[in-house]
Design a protein. Structure first.
Length: 134
């Protein structure tokens, strides 16, 4: 995957978000970590229940889905504010699915690509390798 200079790479799962910026060019990707942004994880997917029941006892899944939606909302806001001009999202498959439901059309317009892999907690080199292979 070719990443223009200054492309933002968001690496997420249901609990963590890491942001990186390509300080290199399209041919020589050089990711640098960015300050983490505030994520509102209080959102609950429209398909999720607000309360646990015996049929759905897994509150942690709702929390992860809420975090995923919060990440998408934060990225939408940064795109709309003009802070992100090009974006790649790397997320665990379920997280990516939840995030996609909340993409704003402006985010979709600047989205270069997505990788459905859980790379949170991996080294910058691992992330760069995954991007190069995509």
């Amino acid at each position: 995957m070719e990443l223009p200079s200054n492309t933002i790479i968001a690496v997420a799962d249901g609990e963590k978000l890491s942001l990186f910026q390509n300080k290199g060019d399209a041919a020589n990707v050089k990711l640098t970590a960015m300050a983490s942004a505030e994520v509102d994880s209080s959102k609950i997917s429209s398909g999720a229940r607000h309360a646990s029941s015996s049929a759905n006892p897994d509150d942690s899944q709702q929390n992860e889905d809420g975090f995923s939606i919060g990440v998408a909302d934060m990225l939408n806001k940064q795109v709309l504010d003009g802070k992100i001009k090009s974006l790649v999202i790397i997320a665990a498959p379920r997280t990516l699915g939840e995030m996609r439901k909340s993409y704003h059309k402006s985010l979709t317009a600047i989205l270069i690509g997505e990788l459905d892999k859980d790379l949170t907690g991996h080294s910058v080199q691992d992330i760069e390798k995954a991007l190069a292979a995509a």
